[in-house]
Write a protein that binds this ligand. Sequence first.
Ligand code: PEP
Length: 247
Amino acid sequence: MKRKLIAGNWKMNGSLAANEQLLKAILAGLGQPVCQVAVGVPAIYLSQCQTLLAGSAIELGAQDISAHESGAYTGEISGVMLKEFGVRYVIAGHSERRQYHGETDELVAAKVQRALGCGITPIVCVGETLAEREAGKTDEVVKRQLAAVIHANGHCISEIVVAYEPVWAIGTGKTATPDQAQQVHAVLRAQLKAASANADRIQILYGGSMNAANASALLAQPDINGGLIGGAALKAQDFLTIIAAAA
Ligand code: PEP
């Protein structure tokens, strides 16, 4: 198994001044991290963050990628463009994109394919809504979402990162318990194992109100290999505490 990965998802937050302050504070407290660290920043700030992170232990991430290679797709950003700005990771299929931008399982799978083709590691988000959990459909939903990615990407899926993000836990302050999260991670691990001989080295992150107080217990679970962090990634000290918990 690789080292754990702690990845921040800044969502649509930040400004030139705030980004500089945040990254400088994180870098000042980081030292030599034992885990992998990344920040997923708004596309317009990739250049700024690439400069601020140059030579550091923090990798740069984007929050979305076009499924197309190039051409008449107004507003979209291609994998080749992301690569030019040093992007190492891209979040694919975040629930906010599935919910507000109509991203289907198939589109997410195509975006994953495009990222892999450009040498960018996709962080593939899967997760159930509260209604789906209450209807006992959690496993079915996450397996369906991941199956589309496996189907489109074949043996290349050993190069992806998966993030289990229960929709009801994102930005709500309600976290899955370590047991609840581990149960779903084990389901995802089994699905990956059935599809790839190298599934043991695929990092499966937990995301959904992970914070400085609950990170240790979540990250101690056998199939939780890191975290995708929203709100807490915008506070330098909280993000550093989560990174330390992944040691
Ligand atoms: C996310 O948006 O990926 C996320 C996990 O957000 P939060 O940590 O704020 O719940």
